[in-house]
Each structure stands twice: as structure tokens, then as C-alpha cells.
Design a protein around this ligand. Structure first.
Ligand code: PRP
Length: 183
């Protein structure tokens, strides 16, 4: 599909080809790592992770279940408050199961930190994290990511699930938003 790049976007940081190649690599690694492990459940974090999760899951070659959790950060803008609110929980229990949390972005890390603590308290058989993009300059919490797509600079990213005011999520690439749009 030939789509115009919206005028709000300064440049494409990760194009569709690079994204899809990386997703296939991550899916191959996950498929190998979980080859002998039963009962894998991917937990996508709404809204942002829905596109990455759907591509990742469809590239897995091992049985898995897909579930979702929805969170929202209080007062999230350019500065994050760090407080996270659970809006919707997973449909199935994760106790005794192999949980892989799937996130679109690790920014401050408060959300993933909250998720890890929340799921760990539910006694899963194992708990790992898969994050598509991480902004190391923004991290406020020390977290280890098991499967990471890309590290990116500290710029406002949109596309491939990432939004600005709920726009641009379904672009097939990751673009950098012009500063004038959010400044
Ligand atoms: C985004 C993203 C992560 C979180 C990461 O969600 O999907 O969940 O921010 O930020 P952090 O590392 O600073 O906690 P957001 O709250 O914007 O909601 P959305 O996924 O519905 O867009």
C-alpha cells in the first residue's frame, strides 16, 4: 500500500521492512526458547501493543494463548507521573503459566515495573518481557528486558501502535513526530 507520510511526521525512524524483519527474529528466538515449555501466554498491554503483539504472535511457531491487559498512566504527557492504573485485567488466570508480557515501548519503565510486580504476585511458572522499542535516556527504573526490538533516541515516536493523542497508531512504520505538534 502506498500511503503518504502525514505532515506531522518529521522522518521515518524504522521502516516497515526493518520492523517486520526484527519481529520475525524476535518470534524465532521466542519460539526456540519456549520450544519445550507448555502453556505460554502472551499478555499484550493495551492499547499500544496490539499491533506488535499481532505480528509477533503470528510469527511464533509454538502453541500460545493471547490475552490482554489495559493500563493507563495518570497525568501522562511529556513528563510521566509514574502512577499506573489498571483498567482491564487479563481474561484468564496466569498462575502457574508461562507469561510473556508484550509491550510496544519502554519509556520511563514505570508501566513495565508495575506489570512485573503485579504478575509476579500471581505466581506464574515464569515471567519474561518482550518490548518493541526502548528509550534508554528516559528510563527511571532499572529493568531487564528479555526480548527487545530496538533502542531509540528520546524523541516522540508514533506508528506501529504508538500514538500522539490516539492518532497515528496504525502506521506500518515508526516515525518521529515534529516537535511543533506537541510542544
Ligand atoms: C505507553 C506504552 C507503555 C507505556 C510506557 O502507554 O504503551 O504501556 O506508555 O511508558 P512508561 O515506560 O513511561 O511507563 P500509554 O500510557 O501511552 O497508553 P497506550 O498504550 O494506550 O497509548
Amino acid at each position: 500500500m502506498n500511503r503518504e507520510i502525514p505532515t506531522e511526521i518529521e522522518r521515518v525512524l524504522l521502516d516497515e521492512t526493518a520492523i517486520q524483519a526484527r519481529v520475525r527474529q524476535l518470534a524465532a528466538r521466542i519460539s526456540a526458547d519456549y520450544a519445550d515449555i507448555d502453556d505460554l501466554v502472551l499478555v499484550g498491554v493495551l492499547k499500544g501493543a496490539f499491533i506488535f503483539l499481532s505480528d509477533l504472535a503470528r510469527n511464533l511457531t509454538i502453541p500460545h494463548e493471547v490475552d490482554f491487559i489495559a493500563l493507563s498512566s495518570y497525568n501522562k504527557g511529556v513528563v510521566s507521573s509514574g502512577a499506573v492504573r489498571l483498567i482491564m485485567d487479563t481474561r484468564s488466570s496466569v498462575t502457574g503459566r508461562n507469561v510473556l508480557i508484550v509491550e510496544d515501548i519502554l519509556d520511563t519503565g514505570y508501566t513495565l515495573d508495575y506489570l512485573i510486580r503485579t504478575f509476579q504476585a500471581r505466581n506464574p511458572a515464569s515471567l519474561r518481557t518482550c518490548v518493541f522499542v526502548s528509550k534508554p535516556e528516559r528510563h527511571q527504573v532499572d529493568l531487564s528486558i528479555d526480548y527487545l526490538g530496538f533502542e531509540t533516541p528520546d524523541e516522540w515516536l508514533v506508528g506501529y501502535g504508538l500514538d500522539y493523542a490516539d492518532r497515528f497508531r496504525t502506521l506500518p512504520y515508526i516515525g518521529v513526530l515534529k516537535q511543533a505538534v506537541y510542544a
